[in-house]
Write a new protein. Structure first.
Length: 431
């Protein structure tokens, strides 16, 4: 079975709002439940440092965003969910990529150019307040994507240029050092609704017109009440076209509910009643999650633990991959006789491995051990060593074999199926 790897980053700046939820969080979580995909969702906290120089804010926002995704139903067993900054390999890869990236290409990046244009307009020096971090933004983002060889990157339209740059950078690297990287593609969700904010413009924190996703219930009611409407009186027919209220309703209601609201508009529903219906609809979806969110915010160690699951799994891939890349660019051991082969063998020391042994009862066993020596899985006793060897062979080759061999192995305590799958895959990727 071939899987498609989806990867996307969320910059932890600010508190998530209903627009983020309906436009990104909800569809991404739904997509992660598709068995044909492997999802990597991460908090782009290195990216956050480019704009935010307030440590408390970065920290707080990281917690809020991670808690929001978990409360909204992200399952850390299904999605590799992690902080970018937990993978030192991302910064290492950023440097490898920096060295094959044309400065001219970065000069043309929209975000960087926009900052320069603003300076020019204001009569300031063209680079006033522009950090090298902003300039390097696209390279760091390319490293995020390429470290897991993602196929598809769900992003907004404003990010398409960054994905194109990632392809460009990957091609340059491949050309110089061999085919290490898959060329990623942007996945643009065409029919995702834009969510209107309180003033009718797109809901966005830059317009200060948002409804925070997990705002308390009474506050939610108040905010819904403050959505702009026109001055039509109860009984007067109303337009759904251009109605922020209707747009929001549509994002949370079933198609049937939406249709009857459309009719109610034509029939002259009062704005008060329409707002009440909208409040109930949002509340029905958000309230069950809010309790989970509040619990996570009150117990941040639960969020930390959830992220660490993803980070361990992510590093089981990023670490061996960057070892391979170090080799490829010529950063190798100098020990006598250490040519390609020897060094490649050393790189493999950092991989998970199988250990076969015989017990006093005469039976043959194997263990599957993580790169750091931790026990992941243990086999039953086989009567012949060949049987154990065959099982190992299958596990090394075939991604579906773990399910087929379920009765012959047991997971070690505290180890999840996903951990074992990830370790097996790291092994297969390195073969
Ligand atoms: N630049 C993205 C945004 O602002 C966030 C991001 C960082 C990202 N790294 C990524 C998105 C990698 C997709 C893939 O929305």
């Amino acid at each position: 079975m071939s899987v498609t790897r989806f990867l996307t980053g969320i910059t932890p700046s600010g508190t998530p709002h209903l627009g983020n939820y309906a436009g990104m969080i909800r569809p991404a979580i739904k997509a992660s439940r598709d068995p044909g995909v492997e999802s990597y969702y991460f908090l782009a906290d290195y990216h956050a440092l480019i704009k935010a120089h307030d440590p408390e804010r970065v920290h707080r926002s990281t917690l809020e965003i991670a808690a929001s995704w978990l409360a909204a139903g992200l399952d850390p067993a299904q999605v590799t969910f992690y902080r970018q900054s937990a993978l030192p390999e991302v910064t290492e890869l950023t440097w490898f990529l920096t060295c094959v990236t044309g400065k001219g290409m970065l000069n043309r990046a929209h975000a960087y150019k926009a900052s320069q244009d603003k300076n020019t307009e204001a009569g300031r020096d063209i680079d006033d307040g522009v950090t090298a971090g902003l300039f390097m933004y696209p390279v760091l983002m390319a490293a995020d994507i390429l470290i897991f060889n993602a196929h598809k990157v769900p992003v907004g339209r404003d990010q398409i240029q960054h994905i194109e740059m990632a392809r460009d950078i990957a091609s340059s690297f491949n050309h110089l050092y061999g085919e290490h990287f898959t060329l990623p593609e942007a996945a643009i969700e065409e029919n995702v609704a834009t969510i209107a904010g309180l003033d009718g413009r797109k809901m966005s924190k830059s317009y200060d017109n948002t409804i925070p996703l997990f705002t308390p219930r009474d506050q939610l009611k108040k905010l819904v009440g403050s959505i702009v409407t026109d001055s039509r009186a109860p009984g007067e027919p109303k337009e759904v076209e251009g109605s922020a209220l209707f747009q929001l309703y549509q994002a949370f209601a079933t198609p049937e509910q939406t249709e009857s609201m459309r009719r109610a508009y034509a029939d002259g529903i009062s704005w008060g009643d329409a707002k009440q219906a909208l409040f109930e609809c949002i509340d029905a979806e958000i309230t069950p999650m809010r309790a989970h969110y509040d619990d996570l915010m009150a117990n941040p160690e639960k969020v930390e633990a959830a992220l660490q699951i993803g980070e361990e799994r992510a590093r089981a891939k990023s670490h061996p991959f960057v070892q391979t890349l170090r080799e490829a660019v010529g950063l190798r051991s100098l020990r006598a006789g250490a040519g390609n082969k020897k060094a490649a063998k050393e790189a493999k020391v950092a991989l998970p491995n199988f250990k076969q042994y015989r017990e006093a009862n005469g039976k043959f066993y194997f263990k599957f051990v993580a790169a750091d020596g931790k026990l992941l899985m243990q086999s039953v006793g086989f009567t012949a060593p060949k049987e154990a060897g065959q099982a190992i062979g299958q596990l090394q080759k075939d991604a579906d074999s773990l399910a087929a061999l379920a009765s012959q192995v047991t997971l070690a305590e505290g180890v999840s199926l996903a951990d074992v799958q990830a370790a097996l895959e790291a092994l297969r990727n390195a073969a």
